[in-house]
Every structure is written in structure tokens, then in C-alpha cells.
Design a protein around this ligand. Structure first.
Ligand code: SF4
Length: 240
């Protein structure tokens, strides 16, 4: 049993209790995708094929901005050229190396735990994931210390181009306001729903364009609805 699979069952049970929300039609999903594409274009990025790098980068991204995350990541790579060296480094040394990324005490311990779980000795690897089904790869990643469904989706999509879609705070907020997700749906339910509604082959585009819209227009505190190109198709407009 993993943290991915039983939650999926609970989520399905919870979803059945939903009274007012109905999943968006395919036509509506396409309309939202097209409008976002008009604004932000079609993102193109080839899978980079480095799943451990993606995993560690995602750990470092917690509770900080992209700049400090990147500084912490490059400090780490500069000091320790291999993941084996990162795993075997003293934890206080690791903590000092990634300090710029914030909550470095927690992150350094988490990184060491993950790399040790992957390989207690020798060089850690996640290359075998590309041979697995998406569900099996998700379960494998979610069994690692502190790894949840969003981190797993980042690794699978950005490293291998597998069909998974990360739902971060921006995607969850914009998606909920646009009616793609049930109000107050837990993150696991949103991940299942996001996968169900995302057109096949457009996982990266849908994730990135919803995220961009959250950063640029549909802000957490004061969404710029008056300037939003999606206002006419947004159920939130006129409600509040
Ligand atoms: S209309 Fe407002 S709430 Fe709806 S997507 Fe645009 S900014 Fe967000």
C-alpha cells in the first residue's frame, strides 16, 4: 500500500458526495485551453531525462521562490558532483550548502533520506521509472520519504514526458475558480481530476499555462478579473 493508491480510493468516495459541482465538459476544457494558448502560447520543452535532479529540485522549491531554489540547487551540484556524494555528505554541511533555499534543516534531511531510500550504497538512480506504467511510477515515488503526488508528477512529466500533471497552488487555485475542480477538493482529488480532463499530449501545456495565469492574473488575494481574458467563461465572475 502506498500513499498514492489508497488516497485515490478515498478521493473517489469523497467525490461521490459532491452535490453541486459537475466535472467540466470536454468542450469547456478545450475552450479554456484555447484561451490560455492565445495568451501564453504553447510551451515546448523536451523531457530532460534526469529524474533525480527533478526530484531534488522539487524538494528545494518548497516554501521559496524560483531564484533561491535555483541558487540552492546549483550550490549543491557545485559542491557535490554526484548524488552519491550528496547522500554521504554530513547533514550539517548539506544544510549549509542549500541554506539560500530556506528551511534548509528540513530539506537537507529530506534529501538525504530520499537518496538513502533510493540506494543505501552506490549511485542512486530512478532511470527504471521510464519502464513502469504511470500508476506504478507514481506509487514508487510516493513511497519515498516526504514525496507526494505533486512531486511525483513533476518528476514523471518533466523528466520523462509521462502522462501526469502537477497541481501546485497556482494550478489548484485557477482550476478551482474556473470550475475544473470541486470546491475544497483535496490535492489528491485535484490530481486525479486534472489527469482526467487534460487532453492527451498536452499535459505540459495545460499545467504551465494554468500556472502562468495564476502568477500573472488570477492572483491568490486579488485576482485581476477585470483584465482577465477568461472572465467570460469564469463562474467566479459575478458570484463575489
Ligand atoms: S475571471 Fe478572475 S477568478 Fe476567473 S480566471 Fe480570471 S482572474 Fe481568475
Amino acid at each position: 500500500m502506498t500513499r498514492c493508491s489508497p488516497a485515490r480510493k478515498l478521493v473517489s468516495a469523497g467525490a461521490r458526495l459532491t452535490e453541486q459541482w459537475t466535472p467540466p465538459t470536454r468542450r469547456r476544457v478545450y475552450a479554456i485551453r484555447d484561451r490560455l494558448r492565445e495568451i501564453y502560447g504553447t510551451p515546448m520543452a523536451r523531457p530532460h531525462g534526469d529524474p533525480i535532479a527533478e526530484l531534488i529540485l522539487t524538494v528545494l522549491s518548497q516554501s521559496t521562490n524560483d531564484r533561491n531554489r535555483d541558487i540552492a540547487y546549483f550550490s549543491l551540484r557545485e559542491r557535490y558532483p554526484t548524488w552519491q556524494q550528496v547522500r554521504d555528505a554530513p547533514v550539517d554541511e548539506l544544510e549549509e550548502t542549500i541554506r539560500r533555499g530556506g528551511i534548509s534543516k528540513i530539506k537537507s534531511a529530506r534529501i538525504k533520506d530520499i537518496l538513502t531510500a533510493l540506494a543505501p550504497s552506490g549511485e542512486p538512480s530512478l532511470d527504471h521509472l521510464r519502464q513502469l506504467s504511470v500508476a506504478d511510477a507514481q506509487d514508487y515515488l510516493c513511497d519515498l520519504p516526504g514525496v507526494g503526488r505533486k512531486t511525483a508528477a513533476c518528476v514523471l512529466l518533466f523528466s520523462f514526458g509521462m502522462r501526469d500533471v502537477p497541481v501546485d497552488t497556482h494550478v489548484s487555485r485557477v482550476g478551482t475558480r474556473l470550475g475544473l475542480f470541486r470546491q475544497k477538493a483535496p490535492f489528491l482529488e485535484m490530481h486525479d481530476q486534472m489527469l482526467a480532463l487534460t487532453p492527451r499530449g498536452q499535459e505540459l501545456e495545460f499545467h504551465l499555462n494554468l500556472l502562468r495565469h495564476g502568477r500573472r492574473t488570477c492572483h491568490s488575494q486579488r485576482p485581476a478579473c477585470g483584465a482577465c481574458a477568461l472572465a467570460r467563461m469564469c463562474p467566479r465572475v459575478g458570484v463575489e
